[in-house]
Design a protein around this ligand. Structure first.
Ligand SMILES: [Zn+2]
Length: 61
């Protein structure tokens, strides 16, 4: 046995990269859809009134 949770060692692959539209780290490479703003799925922004964080990108480095 090793120290810590062994199954967490499998969680070492990149799923999301930074989104081109919203700037969040939510763009799925495999499905090519942003989980935060829906980029790649629709031309409109994925937006809900219950969401607390705004999806406007502030700055891109
Ligand atoms: Zn996005």
């Amino acid at each position: 046995m090793v120290k810590g949770t062994t199954a967490m060692g499998k969680k070492r692959k990149i799923v999301h990269i930074r989104c081109r539209r919203c700037g969040r780290h939510s763009y799925n490479i495999k499905t090519k859809v942003c989980a935060a703003c829906g980029y790649g799925k629709s031309s409109k922004m994925r937006k809900y009134k219950w969401q607390t964080h705004s999806l406007q990108r502030k700055r891109i480095k």
